[in-house]
Design a binder for this molecule. Structure first.
Ligand SMILES: *Cc1c(COP(=O)(O)O)cnc(C)c1O
Length: 400
């Protein structure tokens, strides 16, 4: 019986052919194929500029640097995310301010955001960046977050690692995740479990030409060859480092895979939505309906379903600890049936390395969410029969 993980890439023969062709090309590291992949990402997101980098984590680092995060600066992000969302702030010497989420959606709580900004204001501080996370494939309330950010002078960096292909409505118009319609920059990840893969890889999107130029420079050591920017010019070989950048380039071998995957991307998202609809149907009916509640997608948002998360519903008299124990046994029993669910995420505030940073803060919604969440298999390569197998297995475990 094949095992069904919570997420997995889908690589076809044409992806393999694209990578093989690139290996026969003159360019191996970042070159013309990276530019083609960037164009494809602009096409998918609708953003003006895309800068591909070596990982989503590198994208977060550079986005924070480009936003001006430096020693002593505060950046706000949520507890229900992969730690990289917060680590980017720390790489720049900044201090993350971790805030709580809405327990029904797992997304940034606007009340928590406003409270954090008010507390910072009382200390005479303002956040430099706010990093909402489009958890599970649904966009955070970017319109409201951008409004709040503008009032406090913060730059919004949308962590869109989960949401490539998602859409949201505002004022009768449809906007795309990572389009930067309501964010200054957005970051993407191309890790194999994400919506399209380059093995490791990431990108930053923006509509700001100045930030685009800054990101290009930071990606390659802070070195420029642009004659308009050089402080002097010794000859055709001449280049200069103008700021401390990094080697965060993505190779053309990887970008060849990215370009090939990007062509199939609409089909990938469509399949994720079909699978989500099948799960939604099953979890809306007995016996599953009383025991599990799928993560709520906010009104007006069309999720790209990076994850399919269900929450265990507390049964009569159950405490949060009881729910957590039942979640663990559900996880273990599904594993025995060859289904490998996951828990997204161990909250940022619960990691030992964040203990001092969150010093005494409380996260009631994040804790309640973490105790009860389970991510079921969700990836385009799942067959209808696989999905029914998962649903049947969850049913058996729930009624055992
Ligand atoms: C995957 C992910 C990242 C980091 O991406 P990598 O490419 O693995 O470095 C950042 N934020 C979120 C929410 C992610 O899921």
């Amino acid at each position: 019986m094949k095992t069904l993980p919570y997420g997995k890439q889908l690589i076809d023969d044409d992806d393999i052919a694209a990578v093989t062709a690139q290996l026969r090309d003159d360019w191996l590291t970042q070159g013309p194929t990276a530019a083609r992949f960037e164009e494809a990402l602009c096409g998918i997101t609708g953003a003006k500029h895309a800068v591909v980098v070596s990982s989503g984590t590198a994208a977060l680092h550079l986005a924070c640097l480009a936003a001006g995060v430096g020693p002593g600066d505060v950046g706000i992000t949520v507890t229900n995310t992969f730690v990289a969302s917060a680590n980017g702030i720390r790489y720049c010497g900044g201090r993350p301010r971790i805030i709580d989420v809405d327990a029904d959606t797992g997304l940034m709580s606007l009340e928590a955001l406003e409270a954090a900004i008010a507390e910072l204001a009382a200390e005479g501080k303002r956040p430099r960046v706010i990093i909402p996370v489009d958890f599970s494939g649904a966009t955070a309330d970017l319109v409201a977050i951008e409004r709040i950010a503008r009032a406090s002078g913060a730059v919004v960096i949308e962590d869109a690692a989960h949401s490539l292909g998602a859409e949201y409505q505002h004022d009768g118009r449809t906007f795309r995740a990572a389009s930067c319609a309501h964010a200054t920059m957005a970051i993407l990840s191309f890790h194999p479990v994400k919506h399209l893969t380059t093995a490791e890889g990431g990108a930053i999107t923006t509509n700001d030409a100045g930030l685009h130029a800054k990101l290009l420079e930071l990606r390659t050591h802070g070195i420029t060859r642009d004659p308009a920017k050089l402080t002097r010019n010794d000859g055709p070989w001449y280049q200069e480092q103008q700021s401390l950048g990094y080697n965060y380039r993505l190779t053309d071998i990887q970008c060849a895979l990215g370009v090939s995957q990007a062509r199939k991307f609409p089909g990938f998202v469509a399949r994720r939505r079909e699978i989500a609809a099948a799960y939604d149907k099953a979890f809306a009916r007995p016996p599953l309906a009383s025991r599990f509640s799928p993560l709520r997608v906010p009104a007006g948002v069309s999720s790209a379903y990076h994850l399919y998360v269900v929450r265990l519903v507390a049964q009569d008299g159950e405490s949060l600890d009881d729910v957590a124990a039942r979640r663990k046994s559900t996880y273990m029993q599904l594993r025995e049936k060859g289904i490998l669910p996951q828990v997204h995420y161990v909250p940022v505030h619960a990691h030992p390395d964040y203990k001092e940073i969150v010093d005494g803060q409380r996260f009631p919604a994040g804790d309640a969410y973490y105790a009860s969440c389970l991510s079921l298999p969700m990836y385009p390569g799942l067959t209808d029969a696989d999905v029914q197998r998962v649903i049947a297995a969850v049913g058996e475990v729930a009624s055992a």
